[in-house]
Design a protein around this ligand. Structure first.
Ligand SMILES: [Zn+2]
Length: 375
């Protein structure tokens, strides 16, 4: 059964390689001034290569409470961010987000902080992403979510950065590939044949044939199912760490939960499965086919919405409201352009919501696919 997944997590709890630094201004995170590597040791952090296999990809309450540090010493991944353009009409929002994240990162539990670059794009897709220290927020998610939910989305994205998910993902990816060379090579050669048979380089038309995809699917799954387990663990971790960062910043556990779950309830719904029809993709560059294949095969990189909601309930006691409530109070009262916490009655179809479902892991795989496909 072929499935086309158009939105895993609508709310874009996604860290993507498609975020960038172009057209952005630097948001100074004061917390980084503490520097000096005050954080030493990681309590209860599973070994890099074994994270996914220890207790599955979800967190117990104890794991959520014990996870430390919330903010690691910064380590950049080699994945390069693509350029995302700042929407000049959104500068006030961008600055407010930047100031808020500055204040959050300056809190003691968040040492050594982060130096974020914030970009608010004109993209109407409700999405946000973080790669290394670059946070990209689409205008769509700001317009779309309540400001409470938006705070949680940002905390989640920030957590991807503070836990160095981009660089850790790369390390895990390499480790996994090294241990699964045969599967990896088989997948590469199978995909190369698929593309070679269906891509007209001159006309730049990719004719996608359902029966071909069905044949390749088991090979794809054989490699990817083991691989996405890491990614799911990172997503769970970002929910845990993001929730704790928001709580430290003055949001109550109820607000953290509400911010997350209202997104799932309103806009989640998990995987949208569709059958694939034979179709031609005109004007497609060879380089884009890797991404297309990811969309078609859609190995779930996120836990299901139900898993995340259950986890949120389970780990709620880990969200202890910080003594300083000013950051949360200010956010709730004064986020520019937000009239309140009420969600707009959007009726989104999968066609309208085009989630850019791409993570650093995906991008590494895509690069790898590109480097071998048809070249
Ligand atoms: Zn995420």
């Amino acid at each position: 059964m072929m499935r086309l997944q158009t939105s895993t997590s609508l709310i874009a709890f996604i860290f993507t390689a498609a975020c960038g630094s172009g057209g952005t201004e630097r948001s100074r995170i004061q917390g980084s001034n503490f520097g000096g590597g005050a954080i030493s040791g990681e309590n209860n952090v599973a070994p890099e290569s074994g994270e996914a296999s220890v207790g599955g990809h979800l967190f117990t309450l104890k794991e959520a409470q014990d996870l430390s540090p919330l903010v690691m010493d910064y380590k950049e991944s080699s994945t390069k961010a693509q350029v995302a353009t700042q929407d000049a009409t959104q500068n006030a929002r961008r600055d407010f987000i930047g100031e808020t994240l500055d204040a959050m990162m300056a809190l003691e539990p968040h040492r050594p902080g982060r130096d974020f670059t914030i970009t608010v794009t004109a993209d109407p897709t409700p999405n946000a992403s973080a790669l290394n220290q670059s946070v990209v927020v689409n205008r769509g998610i700001i317009d779309f979510a309540s400001n409470l939910s938006l705070a949680m989305v940002l905390c989640h994205e920030v957590a991807h950065s503070t836990r160095n998910h981009s660089s850790r993902a790369e390390a895990q990816m390499n480790d996994y590939e090294n241990k699964n060379k045969t599967k990896s090579d088989t997948l590469d050669s199978t995909l190369s044949k698929l593309v070679a048979a269906n891509y007209d380089k001159t006309k730049k038309i990719f004719s996608h044939k359902k029966e071909d995809y069905i044949k390749v699917k088991p090979v794809w799954d054989d490699f990817w199912n083991g691989f996405v387990a890491f990614q799911k663990r990172f997503e769970s971790e970002a929910d845990v760490v993001g929730g704790r960062i928001c709580a430290n910043s003055g949001f109550t556990a109820d607000e953290v939960e509400e911010g997350f779950t209202s997104l799932f309830e309103k806009f989640g719904g998990g995987t949208v499965a569709k059958s694939i029809d034979d179709k031609e993709y005109p004007d497609i560059e060879l380089a884009d086919i890797g991404e297309l294949l990811h969309k078609i095969y859609a190995s779930d990189s996120h836990p299901t919405d139900a898993e995340r909601a259950e986890q949120m309930e389970r780990i709620k006691p880990a969200f202890k409201q910080g003594a300083t409530k000013t950051i949360a109070e200010r956010w709730k009262k004064s986020f520019p352009g937000k009239s309140g916490l009420t969600l707009l009655p959007y009726h989104l179809t999968s066609g309208q919501v085009r989630i850019h479902h791409q993570s650093p892991l995906d991008s590494v795989m895509i690069r790898r696919t590109q480097s071998r496909i048809g070249e």
